[in-house]
Design a protein around this ligand. Structure first.
Ligand code: UD1
Length: 417
């Protein structure tokens, strides 16, 4: 298994480009299941999660053609196997996103339950409840969701909590339903809006994406379209944090602060200068950051996917800060690994008190989930000496060519096979 070896202490400087957003590309690839005509996608990141999703829809009968470096065409004319087997779903929870489109297009679907994952239980009851409200017959048997519906019917759906993939799944199911669907308490994440834009380009009638009330007027068929995936706001935020923690100065292109206001505000509070122009962000960090408290919440508040990275920067900042995780029940696993590097962190339930120390010391640490891994990379970049991060397959699920991008910013980092 690959490991990442980092020699810390170099401030990150220079310019890199940000990739397309994993969390937008995944549902948008599933949207390709909704139409027999071709969907051409640009700015698709090269990530293991994307390859898994393409393999998953490939075995359903979808033809995938790579177009140049970051483009691909999905041709779902031959879609004939509405099945998502456990072996493919278990490595990536976002596979549940095929459920809504398969049901809407094929009238049936058999999708493995994703099971628990490291950061929490992550049930899919809201996805199921919403599809049932649209008239689907659903049973859960042998670890699979078995769903049937001749044609889904428009419905008013109020989700119990804000769920990102839940909103996306229901929106994709509703575009081919008979009549109007209203999703109340919908997720407002930019990735939901990007999916809605792609669906609209395919002929769907959607309004309100980006608000907590999305209205979808069902149509009988969608057509082919072309869509460019939005930039990855979490990759952007992660490199901003890495530059901030190392006292560096970077410019990130092909991205925007528009989706990152809560994160940028916290970086400014920590003492960084952040400037944006049309499709780039520049950050200049002071010698030592000030601690900043964060509380995770659905968009537009501070994202849970940036919590671990802010814990890392607080480890070496001046003062103490409280980090509150309100979305997932078990998302502090990076804390014990950061403590191995010399951090001072006290956990009490969903709250972490991080007191900044003068310096961290390199050690061997273990990545436990995608964003936890990112926090260990940031800590490794500031630690004195060498940090070896094990199990970086988590990083490869969500960060494109991470060691190459870090090296371009001057980091001493090497993949060990
Ligand atoms: C998505 C993102 C993930 C991010 C998360 C929160 C993708 C592919 N992944 O995950 O990176 O961390 O949003 O911003 O976009 N819940 C239920 N029942 C459900 C659905 C959700 O109880 O049916 C709970 C979850 O356990 C969690 C909360 O709702 O506590 C929010 O989860 P959700 O927004 O659904 O996360 P994902 O869509 O899986």
């Amino acid at each position: 298994m690959d490991k990442l070896l980092i020699r810390g202490g170099t401030p990150l400087t220079g310019e890199i480009g940000i990739s397309g957003a994993k969390n937008a590309a995944l549902p948008i690839i599933c949207a390709g299941l909704l139409s027999p005509e071709s969907l051409y996608l640009k700015n698709v990141p090269h990530l293991n999660d994307i390859s898994t999703m393409l393999r998953l829809i490939g075995q359903m009968g979808v033809e995938v053609t790579m177009e140049g470096n970051e483009g691909l065409t999905l041709d779902s004319r031959g879609l004939n196997n509405p099945l998502a087997p456990y072996e493919m779903v278990k490595t990536m929870r976002a596979s549940i996103l095929v459920l809504g489109p398969l049901l809407a297009r094929c009238g049936e679907a058999k999708v493995s339950l994703p099971g628990g994952c490291a950061i929490g239980a992550r049930p899919v009851d809201q996805h199921i409840k919403g599809l049932q409200a649209m008239g689907a017959e659903i049973r859960v048997e042998g670890g699979y969701v078995l769903a049937k519906a001749k044609r889904l019917k428009g419905a008013r759906i109020l989700t119990d909590m804000v769920t990102v993939t839940g909103t996306e799944n229901l929106m994709m199911a509703a575009v081919l339903a008979d009549g109007e669907t209203v999703i109340e308490n919908a997720a407002r994440e930019p990735e939901v809006v990007d999916l809605a834009n792609c669906l609209s380009a395919m002929g769907a009638r959607i309004s309100g994406a980006g608000t907590d009330r999305i209205v979808i007027e069902g149509v009988t068929a969608l057509h082919g379209a072309s869509h460019s995936v939005m930039p990855d706001r979490i990759e952007t935020g992660t490199y901003l944090c890495a530059a901030a923690a190392t006292g560096g100065s970077v410019r990130l292109t092909n991205t925007s602060v528009a989706f990152l206001e809560s994160v940028v505000e916290k970086l400014r509070e920590a003492g960084c200068e952040v400037v944006s122009d049309q499709d780039a962000i520049s950050l200049n960090a002071p010698g030592r950051l000030k601690s900043v408290g964060v509380r995770t919440s659905p968009y537009p508040a501070f994202p849970t996917d940036m919590q671990a990275q802010f814990m890392a920067i607080n480890c070496v900042a001046e003062g103490a800060a409280v980090i509150r995780e309100t979305i997932f029940e078990n998302r502090f696993m990076h804390a014990v690994e950061l403590i191995r590097l010399g951090a001072d962190i006290k956990i009490d339930g969903n709250t972490a008190l991080v007191t900044g120390v003068e310096h961290l010391d390199g050690a061997t640490v273990m990545a436990t989930d995608l964003r936890a891994s990112a926090s260990l990379v940031i800590a490794g970049l500031v630690a004195q000496g060498e940090t070896l991060i094990e199990r970086i397959y988590h990083l490869d699920r969500g960060y494109e060519r991470i060691e190459e991008k870090l090296a371009r910013l001057g980091a001493a980092v090497r993949r060990v096979r």
